[in-house]
Design a protein around this ligand. Structure first.
Ligand code: E4P
Length: 217
């Protein structure tokens, strides 16, 4: 299972990278705005800064919502750095753009997926990644994890190579449940990743080992 961090915060990206388990980064326009990164040139520079911190794929989202605009923006993003993945919205023109980029060998991430039908279309269009937003489904009392299971079944039925990128992960149990279902990738906040570290018996056991070591030395 790949671990992506879902942020545009460079300190958090560095911390996750230093942990040694990071496979990539996802961003979106809201995450960029949260870090105060505005204006096209600053945003493009920020993507390059992120690519220079991590070794894996970095999703960069297009703003255009029409086919021609997405192609223009996506090509510009892809040229920024070899690690860039063009992130496209799950709309008709986004699917057309996904097919265009996948035919050209440019990696894509189809985002804002909320149904298995949308996931099927993204796979048919050759998406590298397809992002179902599980937290936002949970927010409206619909089980986001059920969607991941449904998509896993469909992709396995036909051997689709599109990777299921469980997005809108909000906490550590989301990560664990996605791992059980077989999501290929999860993207979430640093806090959710660090939650995997925690167990009181680890802390108690370590404290005991250190105490016992001191007794004998
Ligand atoms: C995915 O790529 C999105 O950036 C993200 O996971 C959205 O998460 P949110 O629902 O917590 O905003």
């Amino acid at each position: 299972m790949k671990f992506f961090i879902d942020t545009a915060n460079l300190d958090q990206i560095r911390e996750a990278q230093a942990l040694g388990v990071l496979d990539g980064v996802t961003t979106n326009p809201s995450l960029m705005a949260k870090e105060g990164i505005t204006g096209k040139n600053n945003i493009l520079k920020h993507y390059v800064d992120i690519c220079n911190i991590v070794e894996g794929d970095v999703s960069a989202e297009v703003i255009a919502t029409d086919f021609e605009g997405m192609i223009k923006e996506g090509e510009e993003l892809a040229e920024l750095h070899p690690q860039i993945v063009v992130k496209l919205p799950m709309i008709a023109d986004g699917i057309k753009a996904c097919k265009y980029f996948s035919d050209k060998g440019i990696k894509t991430n189809v985002t804002l997926v909320f149904s298995a039908g949308q996931a099927l279309l993204a796979a048919k269009a050759g998406a590298t990644y397809m992002s179902p937003f599980i937290g936002r489904l949970d927010d409206i009392s619909t089980d986001g994890l059920d969607l991941i299971s449904e998509i896993r079944l469909i992709y396995d039925n036909y051997g689709f190579e599109t990777q299921i990128l469980a997005a809108s992960v909000r906490h550590t149990m989301h990560i664990m449940n996605c791992a059980k279902i077989g999501a290929d990738v999860m993207t979430g906040p640093l806090s959710a990743i660090k939650g995997l570290l925690k167990h009181p018996l680890t802390d108690i056991g370590l404290a005991q080992f250190l105490t016992d070591y001191k007794k004998g030395n």
